[in-house]
Structure formats: structure tokens, C-alpha cells
Ligand binder design. Structure first.
Ligand SMILES: *Cc1c(COP(=O)(O)O)cnc(C)c1O
Length: 383
């Protein structure tokens, strides 16, 4: 199955790139644990493969599926979301170029820009992407890339992808969307005008907290050729077992995202009613400033919620340490619910900067357990 838009999302997730093995009939794509491939005479490749950094059939299956999920022509799989980020930045940008990034970008993305790319003469400006005038004002003649995350972490800010695509293309720049928080089921940035979609497949795409990976998806042949060149030249590729685990996770992406969204709506209602909860950050709420844009560009609102509690940092830390089903841990997007304190954990490095997050903030990744149990767990931890 290769046609990308002919089938519904769940069909693509289960079948794209995953035809039964022609030789054995194996219904599931085999784990091709091999570094090299026999040649029939010099240069006589049997299946187009010569060395597994360059290409591997299990990885090819994943790449074809990732492309199909975003309705795109090309997908590339990487060893991590950061390897994908590094490949995208170094393919699109040259010394002297400028990039606009979210002022609340994923911490690893900011670190790579600030500590690595900046040393090679790439300049960047952090901007609140929900403020399109601020984005326009930040664009320079040397701007080649607008890097978008929506919704963002941990305050769930929402950016208008279609509008930002216009801004980028008007400046002869590319628009990349880190679609990790939404997943390809809830949001299709390429259809909104983005040039590239990036995923940390570690999160919702893999979905089971058992594998680290990344992806770059595009319908632009030239960009994909550049990504493929650096994927092979720098070698940040996933092994065949990682590719297989990710593919196995993808098969249930639609049902998982529906259940994550159902559970999160229930959990959010319970949090809103609780007297000790002072604010709930969720784009599904009508009072969220990005609600209208989220409704326009997302199918549903996903499984990430943050909230503040009465009693400051101490109270927030107390909630994080008292849940029993919500595991205290970083990361997100798995079937199991997680809870964390951004100020002391994922966003510690923003302390003292303008990006500092509220000390009384708690972030949860709502899993797909029984909603009643999750609500009872949170209420007990808040009591
Ligand atoms: C986790 C994450 C990344 C980095 O991905 P890794 O797989 O951890 O390297 C990038 N962007 C976002 C939004 C993430 O949540």
C-alpha cells in the first residue's frame, strides 16, 4: 500500500509500508537485523540495500508509514527526536542564516540552537508564536526557517500554522512544525501549509514508553534529499528493532489518541471543579486563548494538561509525589499516565529566565487507563 490519501488514518497506520513479506508471507514486517547485504556481482543489489546506515528494510517500512500518516511523499526515521532536529536544522540552515523559534521551544531544541548551531554562525530569535505580529517583526532578510511547536510544553500555547506558513513563505523561508504533542492523528501541519513535520516518535507515535526515536516528513523532494543525505552522512539512524517497536506502536495510534482525548476531557472537568486547582491549561477549554485556532487545525485536543494549585511550589510538589497511578516521570505520550513538576524537572533550565514556568504548575500526560481511576487518583493527591 503506497497511496497516501486514498485510505483513512487507521488503515494507513496499520498497512502503509507493511504489506505481507513477499518471500515468507510474514504478516508483520520482519526485524531485519543485518548491517550489510549480499551483492550479485559488484553493485548488483537485490533489494536496493547495501549497508544499514544507508538503508534497512524495517526502517524503510517505518519511513513509508510515517509519510503516509502525515499525507506526505517522504518520511525519514532517526535515532531520536533530537537527531531529527539536528538533521533538519543543518540541512536547511547555513552559517549567517537566521531562524525564528518559539520562546517556549522544547528544551533540547533550544539547547541545540543555543549551544551548537549558534557556534556555527546560525542566529536565532525566540518569539511567542501565538503573537503573529511579533513573528513578523522578528523575521529578517536572512531568515530561512520558522520553527513552530503547537501546542507547546508545558503551558499548551497554540500557534496558527496556516498563518505562520504565509509569514514564512512571504519571507522565502521554510516552515517546520514539531508535531510531537499533537501526533499526526490530531494535527496535519503539511495540509496547513507547513514544509516539514518533525516528530519525537518517543512520545505518542511509539506510544508505549519503550523506544526513543524521531522523524522528518515532507512532500518537498529537494528537502527530503537533503535530509536523506545527512541521515546517511551523519548516521543518526534507528536500529531495526527500534524501527519495529515504533511501527508496532503506530498501529494503534488512532484508538490511543481518541482515548487519550476522552480521558483528558474527563480529567480536565474534574480539575476545573476542584477548589484547590487555580488554573487549568488545556486547548480544549473554550476559555483557553488558543481554543479557536486549535479547533480549526486539530481533530481533538490531545492528552497533555497542565494546572496550578493553591499553596505554591510546595503544594505542587506534594501533588506530584502523592499520585499512585500517575507515575512521577519526565516524557509523555505513553499509554500510562505520568505527572511531573516542570519547574523542578523538565523546565529547570528556564529558572531565572523570561521562560521560567510557574512554581505551582503541575503537568500531566493523561494515559489510556480507566478515566474514573485517573480522576480518583488525582483527587486523592489533591486532598
Ligand atoms: C521529546 C521531544 C523532543 C525530543 O525528542 P527525543 O526523542 O527525546 O530526542 C522534541 N520535541 C518535543 C516537543 C518533545 O516533546
Amino acid at each position: 500500500m503506497t497511496e497516501t490519501d486514498e485510505y483513512g488514518f487507521a488503515t494507513r497506520a496499520i498497512h502503509a509500508g507493511q504489506d505481507p513479506d513477499p518471500r515468507t508471507g510474514s504478516v508483520i514486517v520482519p526485524i531485519h537485523a543485518t548491517s550489510t547485504y549480499a551483492q550479485d556481482g559488484v553493485g548488483g543489489l537485490r533489494g536496493g540495500y547495501e549497508y544499514s546506515r544507508t538503508g534497512n528494510p524495517t526502517r524503510s517500512a517505518l519511513e513509508e508509514c510515517l509519510a503516509a500518516l502525515e499525507g506526505a511523499r517522504h518520511g525519514r526515521a532517526f535515532a531520536s527526536g533530537m537527531a531529527a532536529t539536528d538533521t533538519a536544522l543543518r540541512t536547511i540552515l547555513r552559517p549567517g542564516d537566521h531562524v525564528v523559534i518559539p520562546n517556549d521551544a522544547y528544551g533540547g531544541t533550544f539547547r541545540l540552537m543555543d549551544k551548537v548551531l549558534a557556534r556555527w554562525g546560525v542566529e536565532y530569535t525566540p518569539v511567542p508564536l501565538a503573537d503573529v505580529d511579533a513573528v513578523r517583526a522578528a523575521v529578517r532578510p536572512t531568515t530561512r526557517l520558522l520553527w513552530v511547536e503547537t501546542p507547546t510544553n508545558p503551558l499548551l500555547h497554540v500557534a496558527d500554522i496556516a498563518l505562520l506558513a504565509e509569514v514564512a513563505h512571504g519571507a522565502d523561508a521554510r516552515l517546520l512544525v514539531d508535531n510531537t504533542f499533537a501526533s499526526p492523528y490530531l494535527q496535519s501541519p503539511l495540509r496547513q501549509g507547513a514544509d516539514v513535520v518533525l516528530h519525537s516518535t518517543t512520545k505518542y507515535i511509539g506510544g508505549h514508553s519503550d523506544v526513543v526515536g524521531g522523524a522528518l516528513v515532507t512532500s518537498d523532494d529537494e528537502l527530503d534529499a537533503g535530509f536523506g543525505f545527512l541521515q546517511n552522512a551523519a548516521g543518526g539512524v534507528p536500529g531495526p528493532f527500534d524501527a519495529w517497536l515504533t511501527l508496532r506502536g503506530i498501529k494503534t495510534l488512532e484508538v490511543r489518541m481518541e482515548k487519550h482525548s476522552d480521558n483528558t476531557e474527563r480529567v480536565t472537568e474534574a480539575l476545573l471543579r476542584h477548589p484547590k486547582v487555580t488554573h487549568v491549561y488545556y486547548p480544549g477549554l473554550p476559555e483557553h486563548p488558543g481554543h479557536e485556532i486549535a479547533t480549526k487545525q486539530m481533530r481533538r485536543y490531545g492528552g497533555m494538561v497542565s494546572f496550578t494549585v493553591e499553596g505554591g511550589e510546595e503544594a505542587a510538589l506534594r501533588v506530584c509525589s502523592r499520585t499512585r497511578l500517575f507515575t512521577l516521570a519526565e516524557s509523555l505520550g505513553g499509554v500510562e499516565s505520568l505527572i511531573e513538576h516542570p519547574g523542578r524537572m523538565t523546565h529547570l533550565s528556564t529558572a531565572g529566565s523570561p521562560l521560567q514556568v510557574p512554581a505551582d504548575l503541575v503537568r500531566i500526560s493523561v494515559g489510556i487507563e480507566s478515566a474514573d481511576d485517573l480522576i480518583a487518583d488525582l483527587l486523592a493527591a489533591l486532598s
